[in-house]
Design a binder for this molecule. Structure first.
Ligand code: SAH
Length: 266
């Protein structure tokens, strides 16, 4: 903190913002640096958390502000979150912006950095365990693997209305030798699989859907492009990460896996 803070002459009395990756859910998967930032925080602005354990790392009297999307709560817009970050830092506070997984992966980090930079607020990004890594760990597979996967691609399956930017070329992404890690993809997986099958992709292309990775409620479902729609339907109401590619076939027999027909994973 001190290096950035004191090297920035334009904001001599400014506060400081840590943008901290909370990890995938299990409280002990936050980094030590992230936990240390929480221990110094005066204000924490957080997304949905799997439990209250991470907030218990904050000092007594720390103000916690929920900015997630939980049902029944007003969910803050990105502009509101940006304004909150800047306002608390300008008031001289040590602020932690706590985000699920890693802040730089589908976490709207870019917008928050832009707001902080424009306001001249010093900050530090503290990385976290992203869902793709937690999902691979849960399933006992390696995202890259010599001879099987020379690339691991992080992609979002969620195309929001009015989204700017290029649509993904899924036919190019799904290829032998790569693992595609799909975030926010359970609702669109059925349509995606049908598109890929229609375009000649191998129906036996293996995939895994890992729900609630790292949590006691974790469920791992295995299948192929052919069974993807049914698997995705089961998983769609739970935060789930889809791994598509040869490595997805590697977990069989090693870890408890819920096949479509099996009873709940315990
Ligand atoms: N920044 C986060 C991703 C935010 S997008 C990260 O680095 O992980 C939210 C999506 O992440 C969810 O829809 C889901 O696809 C995935 N995700 C988050 N936590 C997860 C978990 N514990 N298990 C499986 N997928 C998860």
């Amino acid at each position: 903190m001190s290096l950035l803070l004191f090297n920035n002459p334009s904001v001599p009395h400014a506060g400081f913002v840590w943008l901290v990756g909370a990890g995938p859910g299990a409280a002990d998967l936050i980094t030590l640096r992230g936990r240390n930032a929480l221990a110094e925080a005066e204000v924490v602005i957080h997304d949905d958390l799997a439990g209250q354990v991470l907030l218990s790392f904050c000092p007594v009297g720390c103000q916690t502000i929920y900015a997630g999307k939980r049902a029944g709560h007003h969910s803050a817009t990105q502009d509101e979150i940006n304004r909150l970050l800047v306002a608390h830092a300008r008031a001289g506070k040590r602020v932690v912006r706590l985000k699920g997984g890693d802040p730089s992966v589908f976490g709207r980090l870019g917008e928050e950095l832009q707001a902080l930079r424009s306001a001249g607020i010093p900050f530090e990004i503290v990385p976290g365990v992203t869902a793709a890594c937690a999902a691979a760990a849960a399933a006992g597979v390696s995202l890259t693997q010599r001879g099987l996967a020379s690339a691991a691609i992080l992609a979002t399956g969620h195309e929001c209305a009015g989204k700017s930017g290029p649509a993904l070329d899924w036919d190019a992404l799904i290829q032998p030798g790569a693992t595609v890690c799909v975030y926010m993809g359970t609702r669109s997986l059925g349509a995606l699989a049908e598109h890929l099958l229609a375009n000649g992709h191998d129906a036996k292309t293996p995939l895994l859907i890992i729900s609630n990775a790292s949590l006691p409620s974790q469920i791992i479902r295995s299948g192929t492009l052919e069974t993807a729609r049914e698997l995705a339907r089961e998983a769609q109401d739970t935060p789930s990460l889809i791994l598509i590619g040869a490595i997805a076939a590697q977990n069989r027999g090693l870890f408890a896996v819920k096949q479509i027909t099996e009873a709940a994973y315990v």
